[in-house]
Write a new protein. Structure first.
Length: 147
C-alpha cells in the first residue's frame, strides 16, 4: 500500500439538512455511493433536492463532471436498514443530544458499519470533511472501532 487515502465505497449519512447534504455531496464527488436517511418523506425529498442542486452547481464549475453518474450514486430514504452495510456512517442531525443518541442507536453497529462518526460542525464544508468525533460502537467517547 502506498499510503494513498481512498474514499469509502459506501457512506451512510443520518440527516439531510445543510450539514448532512454537504457531507453527502463531498463523498459523492469523492466517488462514494451515499445512502442518506431522513426522518420523514418530506425531509427526504428536501435533502434529495438540496444535494441534487449541489451536484448541478458542481457540474457547472467542472464541465468534466458526469452529473448524472454522480447523482445515480445517491440513495435517499427514511429506512435505517440500508446503512448496515456501509463502510462509514456519519450522524448529521441537529445539535440535540437526545436526537443524536437516538439517531446513532438506530444504526445496527454489530452487523456493520465499520466506522460511525458524529459530525459537530458549525458550518458545512464539503471540501474539508472533518467529523468532530468518531465514536466507538456508539458510546459517547472518542475512538474508532474498526472491524
Amino acid at each position: 500500500m502506498t499510503g494513498e487515502r481512498r474514499a469509502p465505497e459506501t457512506v451512510g449519512v443520518v440527516g439531510g439538512g445543510r450539514m448532512g447534504a454537504g457531507i453527502a455531496h463531498a463523498f459523492l464527488l469523492a466517488g462514494s455511493r451515499v445512502r442518506l436517511v431522513e426522518r420523514d418523506d418530506t425531509s427526504a425529498d428536501a435533502a434529495r433536492m438540496r444535494i441534487g442542486d449541489s451536484i448541478r452547481r458542481s457540474g457547472e464549475r467542472d464541465r468534466g463532471l458526469d452529473v448524472e453518474e454522480v447523482g445515480a450514486r445517491l440513495t435517499v430514504g427514511v429506512e435505517i436498514d440500508p446503512l448496515a452495510d456501509c463502510e462509514l456512517v456519519i450522524e448529521a442531525v441537529p445539535e440535540d443530544r437526545a436526537l443524536k443518541e437516538t439517531a446513532l442507536s438506530s444504526v445496527d453497529l454489530d452487523r456493520r458499519p465499520r466506522r460511525v462518526a458524529r459530525a459537530s460542525f458549525t458550518v458545512p464544508r464539503p471540501a474539508l470533511l472533518q467529523p468532530g468525533a468518531v465514536l466507538d460502537a456508539g458510546r459517547d467517547r472518542p475512538g474508532l472501532r474498526d472491524r
